[in-house]
Design a protein around this ligand. Structure first.
Ligand SMILES: [Zn+2]
Length: 177
């Protein structure tokens, strides 16, 4: 799309401003994951791309886990937030390749997970499969590396349930994929 072309908005068609995409990213940075309400869809890395197509905002979304029931909710939240901000009828494209990986979670997203009491994914998926080691999961409460897995499935299929051997607190670990 060229500058000066018209976009659809609640105020009717108007010219595209260079700042519109920045504004759209800022809106999406406030759309939280429904399962972990402290990290946004941008922090999680599931919003892959934003641009203009035929006067409508085009949003590329890669779901975290295929079959994750939250995906439909997330897409609805993204659409609603953009429409409320005046981006009329945004186009959402669900892109499954390349598949989402926990490597795409931003550093600030990892910090927010930890502050929320969820151990963020450790290490990089590619590095770990090369070394064939299981990662050390650090307790988000006390920082101890002395932890044990209680269940491969925590509060959702995307998380595993761990317990800290030192402070005895159970916690969710955001599984690395
Ligand atoms: Zn602990």
């Amino acid at each position: 799309m060229q500058p000066g072309e018209l976009i659809a908005s609640d105020q009717g068609a108007r010219p595209v401003q260079p700042s519109d995409l920045t504004a759209a990213w800022a809106i999406l940075a406030e759309v939280m994951d429904p399962e972990v309400p402290v990290v946004s869809v941008v922090d999680l890395g599931i919003v892959r791309d934003l641009d203009w197509q035929a006067g409508h905002l085009h949003v590329v979304v890669t779901p975290t886990y295929s079959g994750c029931p939250a995906t439909e909710v997330i897409e609805g939240d993204i659409r609603e937030a953009l429409e409320q901000a005046g981006f009329r009828a945004p186009n959402l494209e669900r892109r499954l390749t390349p598949a989402w990986t926990t490597d795409w979670i931003s550093d600030s997203g990892r910090e927010r997970l930890r502050a929320y009491g969820i151990a963020p994914p450790e290490g990089s998926t590619s590095k770990r499969s090369l070394l064939g080691e299981s990662p050390v999961i650090v307790c988000p409460q006390c920082g101890s590396a002395h932890t044990e897995v209680l269940s491969e499935f925590g509060s959702t299929a995307c998380k595993a349930l761990y317990r800290c051997v030192d402070c005895r607190e159970p916690f969710d670990y955001f599984k690395c994929i």
